[in-house]
Design a protein around this ligand. Structure first.
Ligand code: ADP
Length: 254
């Protein structure tokens, strides 16, 4: 698929399995890029667990669907976050947020293609794709058919040395998409009182984990309960934008 419209860079965010913080990291990178002044879009392709609208606190909103002919073809107008990030997600298109997607793989990938090509993105410096987790057929099809420039891998310490992450890394390599590096999420907890970093899941360092995967380490992120709370309140975007840690962590990336 050729690059669509005026999108300069497409970055896929992947993980070996769900629940490791892939969507959270996608939201953090999007916010970081937007804060730097870039035009940013987010395509939530994690169709069974679409959580990007919650990160940005826009889950109550709905993307507009504008008919372009009388054959049920539409253009989607993405929902804009407070900072002006354009987001499209299955959860912004279904009538209700909790409505499950009960389609089979080929239908899902068809809809994802539509969400990419039929969304009015206008001009974007970066389109971040929150990819379906793992190496299933949907993840593979998205990786093969979307014109992704590079991939960022998200993992947790306990998964870094498992074969689950290794598998997605090998899948990306086989498909020929360059991997920029790995983000170790939930790497440590920082003690409120003394500032000591406690690595609760693994005695090995993030560097050692990244070495095992043969990837550059982008950064390690702490377990941060304030971030969890901001996520629950739909205020993660402003929390991340105001927290210098996240700019520091991703400054080497973009
Ligand atoms: P995935 O997209 O990999 O399924 P999510 O980004 O949805 O994972 O994160 C899973 C859960 O973990 C969410 O409830 C999120 O709030 C929480 N979470 C993720 N990263 C962190 C972190 N660094 N600190 C605290 N909570 C986190």
């Amino acid at each position: 698929m050729p690059k669509y419209g005026n999108i300069k860079n497409i970055v896929g965010i992947i993980s070996g399995k769900g629940g490791v913080g892939k969507s959270t990291v996608t939201g953090i990178i999007a916010t970081h890029l937007r804060k730097k002044g870039y035009k940013v879009g987010v395509l939530d392709a994690d169709i069974t667990g679409p959580s990007m609208p919650r990160f940005f606190g826009i889950n109550e909103k709905r993307a507009q669907m504008i008919p372009i002919d009388d054959k049920n073809n539409f253009k989607f107008i993405p929902v804009e976050t407070e900072m002006g990030i354009k987001v499209i997600s299955m959860n912004l298109l279904t009538a209700e947020e909790a409505q499950p997607v009960i389609w089979r793989g080929p239908v899902v990938t068809g809809v994802l293609n539509q969400m990419y090509t039929d969304t009015v993105w206008d001009e974007l410096d970066y389109l971040l794709i929150d990819m379906p987790p793992g190496t299933g057929d949907i993840a593979l099809t998205v990786m093969q058919s979307f014109p992704i420039d590079e991939i960022v891998v998200v993992s947790t310490p306990q998964d870094m040395v498992s074969m689950i992450v290794k598998k997605v890394v090998i899948m990306a390599e086989k498909v020929g998409v360059p991997i920029r590096g790995v983000v170790e999420n939930m790497a440590y907890i920082e003690c409120d009182g003394c500032g000591t970093k406690m690595r609760v899941f693994s005695k090995k360092s993030a560097e050692e984990h990244a070495d095992y995967l043969g990837l550059p380490l982008i950064c390690e992120l702490p377990i941060n309960v304030d971030l969890t709370e901001a996520l629950e309140e739909g205020k993660a975007e402003s929390y991340v934008a105001e927290n210098a840690l996240y700019d520091m962590m991703f400054s080497s990336l973009y």
